[in-house]
Design a binder for this molecule. Structure first.
Ligand SMILES: *[C@@H]1O[C@H](CO)[C@@H](O)[C@H](O)[C@H]1NC(C)=O
Ligand SMILES: *[C@@H]1O[C@H](CO)[C@@H](O)[C@H](O)[C@H]1NC(C)=O
Ligand SMILES: *[C@@H]1O[C@H](CO)[C@@H](O)[C@H](O)[C@H]1NC(C)=O
Ligand SMILES: *[C@@H]1O[C@H](CO)[C@@H](O)[C@H](O)[C@H]1NC(C)=O
Length: 537
């Protein structure tokens, strides 16, 4: 170890380049190149992490796809998020070490192990983006939508980061010897700054509204009950959702061999596998249709133990001992059981018919009518035989998944994915007296955004998280927002100007002090003291 070297200096150099004892003198040209690559990769990992976090709302989609492909229920999404977070933290730390090196005027040669890790990180993210574009492209609109919630804050964060970074850029500028380098640095910096400063002109968000334009809070519909608090589509799950004041239960209806409507989401090849102990009760048999089993057989299955075992939302640890015992004891409910609960609490019911045969429609309608539930509590979604259903049960509220079909029936209720309508479209539908339900909304930020957009209700897995929100996360009048971003920009410009002058004035002294020798001219500095922003000369 060279004498007089501080511990920080050695650590940061050692971690970055593995030269613990003394700085290396070679390969400087590529060092700056690698520093730029590291910066870009770090930005990339930050973007990817952002994508992971905003798509967290739909993590079930990924896990479900994994289950369908591999017949194995694993929380795949969590695995992706953890790997991404590790890569992200690694890159950010490495970049911090690099910046530290710059401040300490140490050489910047990245160790080749880091280069390999960076490459693997880029490979992982490329695979992630490609996989998403191929298998999950419906999720890209969610990423765009999320910007409506985050863009004003990202912009301010960008301005702060730019202001901090300008210190390094100006340092590079003042140290540059060739005019062409100076021009290059300034042109790039000014372009980036203008883009960041003026981006608010392009930002639109439904939450940029005056307080009196905000519509009332969207009602909550429990998606298969409250599947974070209890096993999905069980009576326990629906009872828990009553506890968070849902206005409707969402579920899925199928018919057994003896034509009893029961509640189960999975069908076809996944039928019963994920949420019941069918493999233990009927070993060696593969069921792929709801009519494979009678109601008595279905009722004998346990529909709760899986929840405690696979803990699909990492929520089991929050359940009390008694709740776990109750979850353990759940069976598949019949539609009649749920209708009784709905009647008792005056809660509406919306459901998918998993097999939309004529018989399924007829039997489901007659089951509902004989249960004695008020007809206006039924939100009828299945499209098959809709005219017949309207005749048999004129009190049902007809719900559509498509605006043009709704208009041909003259309907007033829409049920679509949250990303399929823009805020303007939602407002326009609301002004036509159409109620708009959006599925499936689990995260508070998304709920908050859709509240600003004017949604009438949302279907959610997380009614317990959304029920106590009394207002959206943020709303800002557009004039106030304009004032904020202009002020922030001006302050940033002022600080940058100050830094620029400071750098110019202090440039010539600081260096002579450090070397403890006579004053150098800029042109005589050796390369390793140059800013990383310069091409080596
Ligand atoms: C389940 O029902 C389907 C369709 O009716 C049938 O093809 C299949 O053989 C049945 N499976 C069993 C195990 O009964
Ligand atoms: C639930 O518990 C009752 C009695 O404690 C038992 O008879 C029933 O079989 C249990 N149901 C399930 C699905 O485990
Ligand atoms: C709605 O339905 C019409 C007619 O079936 C179809 O052409 C259109 O693509 C659908 N729109 C959406 C958004 O699914
Ligand atoms: C809007 O719908 C409600 C009930 O859904 C109805 O009472 C009201 O008259 C409708 N208003 C208009 C303008 O159509």
């Amino acid at each position: 170890m060279a004498p007089g070297e501080s511990c920080c200096r050695i650590c940061s150099r050692g971690l970055y380049s593995c030269h613990w004892n003394h700085p290396s003198e070679k390969k400087q040209r590529f060092a700056y190149c690698w520093f730029s690559i590291l910066t870009l990769v770090t930005l990339l990992t930050l973007c990817w992490m952002y994508i992971c976090l905003v798509t967290f709302n739909d993590r079930e989609d990924v896990n479900w796809k994994g289950f369908v492909e591999l017949k194995l229920w694993v929380n795949w999404f969590m695995v992706f998020i953890i790997i991404s977070a590790v890569i992200n933290i690694y890159c950010v730390l490495l970049l911090l070490f690099a910046l530290f090196q710059v401040v300490l005027r140490e050489p910047l040669d990245l160790h080749c192990l880091h280069k390999i890790f960076l490459f693997l990180g880029v490979l992982f993210i490329t695979a992630g983006v490609t996989g998403m574009s191929l298998k999950w492209k419906t999720e890209w609109p969610t990423v765009l939508l999320s910007l409506q919630a985050t863009a004003p804050f990202l912009q301010i964060g960008g301005v702060v980061a730019l202001t901090l970074l300008s210190w390094l850029v100006f340092k590079g500028f003042h140290r540059a010897t060739r005019a062409v380098s100076k021009v290059l640095i300034m042109v790039v910096f000014v372009l980036v700054s203008v883009a960041i400063f003026l981006s608010p002109l392009l930002i639109t968000s439904p939450c940029l509204l005056e307080a009196d334009e905000l519509l009332s809070k969207p009602a909550l519909i429990g998606h298969r009950g409250s599947p974070m608090l209890a096993p999905e589509n069980t009576m326990m799950s629906f009872e828990r959702s009553v506890g968070c004041n849902v206005t409707a239960f969402e579920t899925d209806v199928q018919l057994s061999k003896d034509r009893v409507p029961f509640l189960m989401h999975d069908h076809h090849h996944e039928f019963l596998r994920r949420t019941t102990d069918v493999k233990d009760k009927f070993p060696g048999l593969e069921f792929n249709h709801s009519t494979n089993l009678s109601w008595a057989e279905l009722e004998s299955l346990n529909a709760g133990t899986w929840f405690l075992q696979s803990d699909p939302f990492y929520s089991v640890s929050k359940l009390s001992e008694e709740e776990r015992r109750e979850a353990q004891n759940q069976s598949i409910p019949s539609l009649v059981q749920l209708l009784d609960l709905a009647k008792q609490h005056h809660t509406s019911l919306i459901f998918d018919l998993k097999n939309e045969d004529n018989q399924d429609v007829d039997i489901t309608v007659s089951t509902i009518l004989t249960s004695g539930i008020p007809q206006n509590l039924i939100l009828w979604l299945p499209g098959t035989k809709r005219r017949d259903v309207m005749e048999a049960a004129p009190g049902f509220r007809q719900v559509y998944s498509n605006v043009s079909i709704m208009d041909t029936y003259g309907g007033h209720h829409l049920n679509v994915k949250y990303s399929s309508l823009s805020a303007t479209e939602i407002r326009e539908l609301r002004s036509r007296n159409v109620s708009v339900n959006l599925w499936v909304v689990n995260e508070r930020w998304l709920f908050s955004l859709l509240w600003c957009s004017g949604a009438s209700s949302v279907t959610t897995n997380a009614c317990h998280l959304l029920q106590d929100m009394t207002q959206p996360h943020w709303t800002l009048g557009s004039n106030l927002y304009r004032m904020i971003w202009i002020t922030v920009n001006l302050m940033s410009l002022l600080i940058m100007f100050g830094l620029f002058i400071l750098q110019r004035n202090s440039g010539s002294f600081s260096h002579s002090k450090e070397k403890g020798k006579h004053v150098h001219r800029f042109s005589t500095w050796n390369q390793r003291e140059m800013s990383p922003f310069l091409p080596s000369e």
